[in-house]
Design a protein around this ligand. Structure first.
Ligand SMILES: NC(=O)c1ccc[n+]([C@@H]2O[C@H](COP(=O)([O-])OP(=O)(O)OC[C@H]3O[C@@H](n4cnc5c(N)ncnc54)[C@H](O)[C@@H]3O)[C@@H](O)[C@H]2O)c1
Length: 373
């Protein structure tokens, strides 16, 4: 998907990122198309098998894309599959052949290199979505994207390095996604960190780091992700899109000696409700999913740094002699008797995307451990 050499050539990225989502929705108002951008027109021509210009639309960068496209449709009776913009580059539009409950959707999953994020990326790809696997850990994101392409077909996934707490990096993540796939339908804001500590122990640096990644990072990703979504809405007003924060049960109930994390997650729910109000007029739903503990994920189960090991070593769980004792203690807190698993969260994501009449909600997925009041 990223053989369009966007990183090697200078071009007006902002303009290309505004045109691609518009072209995608003009081609298919239900989003069943991808658009890839080629800044080098010569390279583009050499890379396509059939370079007949029958389905080409050529226009200047200050022409109105909507009226240029509709006069093309009037003349040729079909939408163009290649669009060349003088002074900018070329767009290749492809009908999506994906199937599944998320067929044709374009999604970003932040923190997609491991844990919940990786599992969410895999299950969304299995349901027909194209995925930008975005993570601070580029190598991990590349491994995940390669696996998705091998299982679900080339052009399913790209890897993007991102620090969600840095605005330029969050903006670049959205641009890379739009230049590779042509738009954006679902942001899963999943990247998050947990640094526990009591009031007497936790330093301001650690507090601020947790806040920056979990709270500010969600703001920055939502801010930049909503831009291509608004463009898609302007062309296809009935099309619905989603911003989904992977929050936590600690966003619904305080967490002892873990206030930096719980505070950032409670704040995430305030952002979710407020973004939902602001973005509803653009067809963008905004919801948070609040999972219980993913006891089989690396955060808990990593043999060296995982929370089971940390809690065993620190004596947090009274009487626990082994990691298994710590695990049993946490499982016993859940009415359904087990930790949260990735399919539990995937079901909630599919519900949120398919539901056309809900926004601004925080959905617990906790096996009954936290109940809404
Ligand atoms: N693990 C749990 O028990 C649990 C429970 C409820 C909610 N959650 C939430 O689920 C989300 C994922 O948690 P997880 O357990 O899978 O975590 P994890 O530590 O296994 O994975 C987090 C991923 O985020 C990436 N990341 C960290 N900081 C980043 C940054 N600044 N920019 C981009 N990527 C960054 C990491 O490289 C990593 O790949 C988090 O938001 C977390 O709060 C986790």
């Amino acid at each position: 998907m990223s053989d369009n050499n966007v990183s090697e050539v200078n071009f007006d990225r902002g303009l290309a990122c505004r045109l691609a989502p518009a072209l995608r929705m003009l081609y298919s108002c239900d989003g069943m198309a991808t658009v890839s951008f080629f800044p080098d027109i010569e390279f583009f021509i050499s890379s396509i098998a059939d370079n007949s210009q029958d389905f080409w639309l050529t226009f200047k960068s200050d022409d109105d894309v909507e009226s240029a496209s509709s006069s093309y449709v009037k003349t040729y009776g079909c939408v163009p599959e290649s669009v060349v913009v003088h002074g900018l580059g070329a767009f290749k539009i492809k009908k999506s052949t994906k199937s599944g409950r998320l067929a044709g959707k374009i999604a970003i999953v932040t923190g997609g290199a491991q844990g919940f994020g990786k599992g969410i990326a895999e299950s969304m790809a299995a349901e027909g979505a194209c995925i930008a696997v975005a993570d601070l850990n580029l190598e991990g994101a590349m491994v995940c994207a390669r696996e998705l392409n091998a299982v679900f077909g080339e052009d399913t996934a790209i890897a993007v390095q991102v620090d969600v707490s840095d605005e330029a990096s969050a903006s670049n993540m959205v641009q890379e996604t739009v230049l590779s796939f042509g738009g954006l339908d679902i942001l899963v804001s999943n990247a998050g960190i947990l640094i526990a500590g009591s009031l007497s122990d936790l330093s301001i640096d650690k507090f601020e780091l947790v806040t920056k990644v979990n709270y500010t990072g969600y703001f920055l990703c939502a801010k930049h992700a909503s831009e291509p979504m608004k463009i898609q809405h302007s062309i296809a007003p009935d099309y619905l899109m989603d911003i989904i924060e992977i929050n936590s049960k600690s966003g619904l109930e305080g967490s002892n000696k873990n206030f930096a994390y719980a505070g950032s997650k409670f704040g995430g729910i305030g952002l979710t409700q407020s973004f939902a109000m602001e973005l509803v007029e653009y067809g963008i739903k905004v919801n948070a999913i609040c999972p219980g503990n993913l006891l089989d994920g690396p955060l808990w189960a990593d043999p060296e740094h995982g929370l089971f090991k940390q809690y065993l070593d620190s004596g947090k769980v009274e009487g626990a002699k082994t990691i298994e004792d710590v695990r049993k203690f946490y499982e016993a807190k859940v009415p359904m008797g087990r930790g949260c698993a990735i399919p539990d969260v995937t079901r909630a994501i599919l519900y949120v995307v398919e539901q056309k009449y809900e926004t601004g909600q925080a959905i617990p997925v906790t096996g009954g451990q936290v109940m809404l009041r």
